[in-house]
Design a protein around this ligand. Structure first.
Ligand code: GDP
Ligand code: MG
Length: 602
């Protein structure tokens, strides 16, 4: 295709504003699929969980042909956990459709995505969707787009993706408003690796955006950051059906395969060039993604350990951004320490393991990555280490200071929930950075900005926010770097012995409250023994919370075991069997269920 006939665009929207529905409708209108093939709904969201949760995890691209134009529609993951993937996809486009729900107006993720898009110098075409709804207020939303985002929305397209209204207008606006890509066919090949995934038939499939030059079947290419060379064996695009092509020219988006076995050999953001005639420099902006939230995953049934390992390997085939390594815990046995891009990412992986791989798992409390500045010791020099697991906490005497990651959160909420939300942020060590009102009338909402330690958000912040606002508040965040914090490791001791799986790093100010909560729960969960069991939360040697499980009364036992000898033997046998699933701490048998319950409520 001639370059001035190409348009590359993405769709940005807050969750549920109609991005997937609009994408389906565009595919249908341009003839990518017949009506019969459309019956599946949400063509681009092809993973089961994506469909159920209505979120897109992996970016996909579809080539549409319309009025002699080649339109490459790039679907982007809408959630902040996948911000880097979003950013790569945006870098491959010249424009974006901004879809805003005509009844809901601008929301937190609309804004975050728009700002990213603006940073990439995109031409943004506002689309006010769902105008078929009785509650639709296109005029109000148009004003909101101008007022909050500062975009000219006078020519915003009014559409209903569901009823098929305004679809041709959307296509025409793409052609008219979004500029064609720039690129030079005569320059050496320079293509950006936008995404990659594992396909059982093709091996690793790589999504690329060609900047200059062309990429062809049979070409020897070099991945500049990875430093590897590969022979291209297939070039094509998705319409959304896979279609092979002889080449991808400048400005085009499509896929290549090169007999690559694992996704981990490819790096999103890498530059692909010709091995014989390489470009002089790589494209800007290559960044290694780093997991920011870690937790332990343990099989409830120890026999499932190998199955868990296999399943993690399989999931890794399609997602090089999560990491895992074996971990052993006295309480939970063998499992894995896993790293994720964020909480949603953690939940998705956990859910896929449970659902698709049929595993019953225990998840330890999520932890962020702390930077520990250590003084020198007899054997080691002063150094800074990254701590992913509270169990690896270094000797407190060597800790000079600890830094933790912070985020800036943007929350939109109807006024009536504002008080409760401010309190929640305040309780989580938040620093208020701004409070303004946006929109008017029924659309008016408060926009609150807070700086918060990520550590306070990974526990249950999002759930709490949703419940106190009855689902009306929207939330988004970005990381803003590390700050020093008064952080301590809190250990939980059962009958004077520390239980590794329950230890956590918390702020000194909230440690007591957390510790008390954990002790109270364990008191309920651990059965009585013949002796008194102290349950303590401690920082270093200092106990900050304590509960006691009183001893079973002798006569109760006597009654229970007394009399009938067979009954007594049966009871003992039953106990022995039960023991297999118990863990011993300072002579106290703790049923596995107690750990699971304690952690799940954590
Ligand atoms: P996404 O999260 O932005 O991808 O949103 P979806 O495309 O999954 O749409 C979310 C919900 O809104 C679905 O139930 C859609 O059927 C519905 N929806 C999408 N577009 C329209 C529209 O134009 N009108 C109405 N009434 N509903 C719509
Ligand atoms: Mg969607």
């Amino acid at each position: 295709t001639k370059i001035d006939r190409i348009r590359n665009f993405s769709i940005i929207a807050h969750i549920d504003h109609g991005k997937s529905t609009l994408a389906d409708r565009l595919i249908q209108r341009t003839g990518g699929l017949t009506d019969r093939e459309m019956t599946h709904g949400q063509i681009l969201d092809n993973m089961e969980i994506e469909q159920e949760r209505g979120i897109t995890i992996k970016a996909q691209t579809v080539r549409l042909t319309w009025n002699g134009y080649e339109l490459n529609l790039m679907d982007t993951p809408g959630h902040v956990d996948f911000a880097y993937e979003v950013s790569r996809s945006l870098a491959a486009c010249e424009g974006a459709l901004l879809v805003v729900d005509a009844a809901q107006g601008v929301e937190a993720q609309t804004l975050a995505n728009v700002y990213q898009s603006i940073e990439h110098d995109h031409e943004i075409v506002p689309v006010i969707n769902k105008i078929d709804l009785p509650a639709a207020d296109p005029e109000g939303v148009r004003q909101e787009i101008e007022e909050i985002i500062g975009l000219d929305a006078s020519e915003a397209v009014l559409a209903s993706a569901k009823s098929g209204i305004g679809i041709d207008d959307v296509l025409q606006a793409i052609v008219d408003k979004i500029p064609p890509p720039k690129g030079d066919r005569d320059k050496p090949l320079q293509a950006m690796l936008v995404d990659s995934w594992y396909d059982p038939y093709l091996g690793v499939v790589i999504l690329v955006r060609v900047m200059d030059g062309a990429i062809r079947k049979g070409q020897q290419v070099k991945f500049m950051a990875a430093g590897t060379t590969h022979l291209i064996d297939r070039v094509g695009c998705f319409t959304p059906k896979r279609t092979d092509l002889p080449e991808l020219g400048p400005g085009e988006i499509g896929f290549i395969t090169a007999q690559i076995k694992e996704v981990s050999e490819t790096r999103v953001g890498d530059t692909i060039t010709d091995a014989k005639k390489p470009a002089s420099a790589a494209l800007p902006g290559f960044k290694e993604v780093q997991p920011v939230v870690f937790c332990g995953l343990f099989p409830v049934d120890a026999a499932d350990f190998e199955k868990l390992r296999d399943s993690l390997y399989k999931l890794r085939l399609n997602d090089a951004s999560f990491s895992f390594e074996t971990e052993s815990s006295a309480a939970l046995g063998f499992g894995f320490r896993c790293g994720f891009l964020g909480l949603l990412h953690l939940e998705i992986i956990q859910e896929r393991l449970t659902r698709e791989y049929d595993l019953d798992l225990i998840t330890t409390a999520p932890s962020v990555v702390y930077k520990m500045h250590l003084t020198h010791s007899k054997n080691e020099p002063a150094q800074t280490i990254e701590l992913h697991n509270p169990a690896d906490m270094p000797d407190p005497n060597r800790i000079e200071r600890i830094e933790e990651p912070w985020i800036e959160a943007t929350i939109y909420t109807p006024d009536e929930y504002l008080g409760a939300i401010l309190k929640l942020c305040q309780d989580r060590r938040g620093i208020q950075k701004g409070l303004t009102y946006v929109g008017s009338g029924a659309h008016q909402r408060a926009q609150v900005k807070y700086e918060l330690p990520l550590n306070e958000v990974v526990f249950d912040f999002y759930d709490r926010l949703k419940s106190i606002s009855r689902g009306y508040a929207s939330f988004d965040y970005e990381q803003i770097g590390y700050r020093e914090g008064d952080l301590v490791k809190m250990s939980i001791l059962v009958n004077e012995e520390p239980v590794d799986a329950l230890s956590m790093i918390t702020h000194r100010g909230t440690a007591e409250q957390r510790g008390r909560g954990m002790c109270e729960r364990l008191k309920e969960l651990i059965p009585r023994h013949l002796f008194k069991i102290p349950i303590q939360a401690a920082i270093g040697g200092k106990v900050i919370a304590r509960e006691t499980i009183s001893a079973m009364r002798k006569d109760v036992t006597a009654k229970c075991y007394g009399g009938d000898a067979t009954r007594k033997r049966k009871l003992l046998e039953k106990q022995k069997k039960g023991k297999a699933k118990m863990r011993e701490y300072g002579n106290v048998s703790i049923p596995q269920e107690a750990f699971i319950a304690a952690l799940r409520m954590g």
